[in-house]
Design a protein. Structure first.
Length: 117
């Protein structure tokens, strides 16, 4: 895995899928509040007038010279839960992101599991 301090510098760089297809541009990193480790990336996708931010897990991701490669297929990422480009992931919507990728989710009803960094 990579250090969160390093990946913060990557905003706006290309994100590619497991086969090398371009998915979009890196917008933000969400860390797991229990471990303070990078957990999800938001990727800006869509047409310039209809862009959105989709979530992709960072487990298995690697950093290349000018890109971030995520270990998921482009089609799966494009259909993932999304927020508007000026939106924020609400605590009540976190579980849907984890469920979409078949990842375990544990957080108290009044706690956030993910925090944007």
């Amino acid at each position: 895995m990579f250090e969160i301090e390093d990946i913060r510098e990557w905003r706006g760089r290309e994100v590619i899928d497991e086969s090398g297809s371009k998915v979009g541009q890196l917008e933000a990193i969400y860390v797991d509040t229990a471990t303070d480790q990078p957990s999800f990336a938001t990727i800006k996708t869509g047409l310039p007038t209809r862009q959105r931010l989709v979530f992709a897990p960072l487990s298995g991701a690697t950093v290349g010279p000018e890109h971030l490669r995520v270990a998921r297929a482009k089609k799966q990422i494009k259909n993932a839960p999304a927020i508007s480009t000026d939106g924020e992931l609400l605590a009540g919507d976190e579980q849907a992101v984890f469920d979409y990728y078949d990842m375990p989710y544990r957080a108290a009803p009044d706690e956030r599991r993910l925090a944007r960094r």
